[in-house]
Every structure is written in C-alpha cells, then in structure tokens.
Design a binder for this molecule. Structure first.
Ligand code: G6P
Length: 462
C-alpha cells in the first residue's frame, strides 16, 4: 500500500499522552504535563532527534486544543470520535484486555462476549486504525516506531501493512495472561490481538514471566512468534529525579501535615496506588485489621497511611471498588480508633508531593497487587526513604523478579499471611532494614527510564 511519508525518525504511540488540556472559565486552555517513564525516556534523546509522540485527545479540553490547532512541540493528539474512543478505551482496553491480563474476571458471571462486545471491538479496531494511519503519515522512511500497551495491540500489524519500511516495536506495561486465561477471548479476537502484536519487529515486556506468557499464547494459538523478537526491559525508578523532587519545600510541608495526622512516635505502614482493582487495596486493609486483631500491642502504635487515587471512574466496577475501599477504612477506624488515634489515614485526592512525603516517612511500604506489570511504587520508596523502609511485596508484581530477595514477600490473596508479613516488617531490626533498603534502591534504579527507552531504541535500530 503506497503512502506519503512524514518527517519524523522516532515515533511513540500511546493512548495517554504527555500533556492534557483543561478549559478554563474564560474559555482559554491550560496545559498540564504528566510524568512517567516515556516522558523521561523521550527527553533523554533531546528535542533535536525529530521525535513525535502520537496520543489520543482524552477529554473536552484536549479535543478543543486539537480543534484550535494548539499543540506541544513533538506531540500529535488524535481527535478520535468520542464514542469510538469510549468503546475502545473503557469497553475493550480497560474492561476486557486489562481484565484478561490481570486475571480480574469473576468467572462464573464474567466475561460474556456478546454482540455488544463485538460492536465495541469494531471501535477498538477503528481506534487502532486511526493510530496506524497517523503514524504511517508522520514517519520518515525507515523510522523507528514504538507502540505502547494493550490499548494499541493491533497497531503494529496495521502499520506494517501500510509502511513495510518502518522498524516497529511494541511495549507492554501490563502482565500478559497465561494461555488458559487468554483464550477466554473469542478465538478470532485472540488471534487478531496476537497477530496484531506480531506485526512488530520486536516486542518488549517488563519481566521474563510476561514475555514467556506471551510466547506461550503465540505457540498455542497462532503457531509461534514467527520473525518477531522478544525482549525484556524492566523499567526502573528515576533516582536522580526522585531524590531531588522529594527534598523540595512542598514535600517538607506535606511531611509536617502527615506527621500531625499520624501522631507522635507511631510506626507507619504506607501504600500509594491508583484505586485500581488489581492493586488489592481492600485485602491490604483487611490484613491491617487482622494485624490489629492478632497483635493488640500494635494498637495505638501504628498508622496505616493509604493513598488511593481515583482511576477510570467511568467504569462502575471502579466506582464500586473506590466506595468499598472507603467503607472498609471507615469500618476499621470505628472498630479500633480511639480519641487520640486514627488507625487508617486514607487520602483519595491525587497529590504527588504528598506521596513522596509518605515515602520518606514510611517504616513499611505495602505493595500487594494481585497482579501487576511492574509496580514502580515498590522501586521508588526505597530510593526516597529517609530511615530505611521494609517492603512488603506481592509475589505477583513484576517488581518481585528484581526485588523479591530483599522484600518480605506475600501471597496477595492471603490476608492472614499478609498480616503476619506486616508484623515481621514492623519488628525487623533497624540495621537489617537499612541494609535491605539500600539493596532495594540499587536494584530498583538499575534501569532508569532514559536507559529503558534507549535500550529499546538501539535494539530496533540495530
Ligand atoms: C497502566 C497502563 C497505562 C495507563 C495507566 C493509567 O499503567 O499500563 O497504559 O496509562 O495504567 O491508566 P489510565 O487508564 O488512567 O491511562
């Protein structure tokens, strides 16, 4: 298929871009820049590299920006029809593919792949096609394109058809489902996802476990990987950025406020997550309650600081889960709280400075997802921690592969086991805790975002 060529040599594509716009009261648009691995990765290659980030317009502000022709340098937002986007993002990406890879279905009732699912799937195809067309139009001859995540699994194949000259990569930030779970998807859809991904020259995963699961799916369902190469790039935390940012004045202010809420001389168990089903926040609260039940000596002497920031609130299951987190936290506070002690301090308003403040104060960090591609909180806390912090880590988090040896490891479904792990973490001798924190910080920052990105780029260029 012939197509005109663009001018960009390096392109990335993702659903969520590096910037979003908000419509102000006076009708003007305000840009808000996000962080994350890709932002740092791209800044590592510099503004002269001719890179372009293709992403979706995600709300009214973004759509308005596209209409007014407002754009950041190096960013192209696609104004995909809002209904098509909602079907693709909420319907397929977040309610089906995310659920499959995180194994979140309550299988006696879900999933049901009915006519409505097929209708949404057509939107997912259209949404992927819009990305493939934009990338095909913007890429220079022989350019490198790295497509991100489960929202865009069909793009590599669609782009390969349009532009066989390109070097195409895809990176998965999620786990990959085991084959018996993955093939719950209708056969033709499962095949389409795998073949779409295999349109890439190279596929990247966060851990060997997820890479192996993908390979197993290809072996079972489409006769293997063909010519596509697989690589593992365990995205790490950005030590320089975190150390600098966590010592700014706003973080110190948040620390003072948190200390006030925690109270004098108490231990702190911290968790920071999006309010995401896979993060297992409710079982974390239940484990904390079990700790207070089994170890009365901790009552009044420990506080669970839980930050659960709103996520994907268009989906009813996420809204229900958010309510459940709040309900259980309130229940624990009314069951055990005393006039001078609030056992659970729950915050739901996203505040990065306050997250860093909690990292610095934490005696224990609880990272207990039922399944997680990596989990960067597990890697960030040890870098920032002031006095050493014990990491209680789920064996189902990707980070377990790199951090498992120096963490207190839990089965995320085992509430009693997690309560025991919390007690072990709280009673760990300070010397051991400091040593482990040092090793965790080193392991968790071994592949900072800039290198993570450059590694993939080199592999594709080579
Ligand atoms: C995960 C996904 C990302 C996604 C992020 C936030 O980390 O791998 O692709 O951007 O969650 O979710 P959201 O739906 O808000 O973009």
């Amino acid at each position: 298929m012939a197509s005109t060529q663009g001018a960009h040599n390096i392109l990335v594509a993702s659903n969520r871009g590096p910037v979003t716009y908000e419509v102000q009261e006076d009708g003007s648009l305000r840009a808000r820049r996000g962080g994350g691995g890709l932002v740092s990765g791209l800044s590592a290659i510099g503004p002269d590299a001719g890179a372009l980030w293709v992403c979706s317009a995600l709300g009214d502000g973004d759509r308005e920006a596209v209409r007014r022709g407002i754009a950041e340098d190096g960013v192209r937002m696609l104004d995909i029809d809002a209904d098509v986007h909602a079907d693709a993002y909420n319907g397929i990406a977040n309610s089906v593919l995310w659920f499959v890879h995180h194994m979140l279905y309550q299988t006696p009732l879900e999933p049901v792949f009915d006519a409505e699912f097929r209708r949404q799937w057509a939107s997912y195809e259209a949404y992927n096609r819009a990305f493939a067309e934009a990338l095909a139009a913007e890429a220079a001859r022989g350019a490198v394109v790295i497509v991100q995540d489960y929202h865009l699994t069909l793009v590599p194949g669609m782009l390969r058809e349009r532009r066989p000259d390109l070097r195409i990569g895809h990176f998965s930030h999620t786990p990959w489902a085991p084959v018996d779970y993955f093939r719950m998807l209708p056969d033709d859809i499962a095949e389409q996802v795998l073949r779409g991904m295999l349109g890439a020259d190279r596929l990247g995963f966060l851990t060997q476990r997820w890479a192996d699961a993908f390979t197993a799916c290809c072996d079972a369902l489409v006769g293997g990987l063909g010519d596509t190469r697989i690589g593992v790039h365990g995205l790490g935390a950005d030590a320089d950025f975190l150390r600098r940012r966590s010592h700014e004045a706003d973080v110190a202010d948040r620390m003072a406020a948190l200390r006030e809420q925690i109270g004098e001389g108490r231990r702190t168990i911290v968790r920071v997550d999006r309010t995401e089903l896979s993060k297992n926040i409710v079982r974390g609260l239940l484990a904390y309650r079990q700790l207070l039940e089994d170890h009365p000596e901790w009552r009044e002497r420990v506080v669970h600081v839980a930050f659960a920031y709103p996520s994907r609130q268009d989906l009813a299951v996420y809204r229900d889960y958010t309510a459940e987190v709040q309900r259980v936290a309130t229940e624990i506070n009314s069951q055990y709280g005393t006039p001078g002690w609030t056992p659970v301090v729950l915050h739901v308003k996203d505040d990065f400075a306050r997250s860093l403040a909690a990292y610095r104060l934490a005696d224990v960090a609880l990272v207990n997802p039922i399944r997680d591609g990596m989990n960067l909180v597990a890697k960030e806390v040890p870098v920032v921690s002031d006095e050493g912090c014990v990491l209680v880590l789920s064996r189902e988090a990707g980070a377990y592969e790199e951090l498992g040896e120096d963490a207190v490891v839990v089965n995320p479904y085992d509430v009693v086991g997690t309560a025991r792990a919390l007690d072990a973490a709280l009673t760990m001798p300070v010397g051991e805790r400091a040593e482990r924190t040092k090793r965790l910080a080193a392991a968790g920052t071994a592949l900072p975002p800039a290198q993570w990105f450059l590694e993939q780029l080199r592999e594709l260029e080579g």
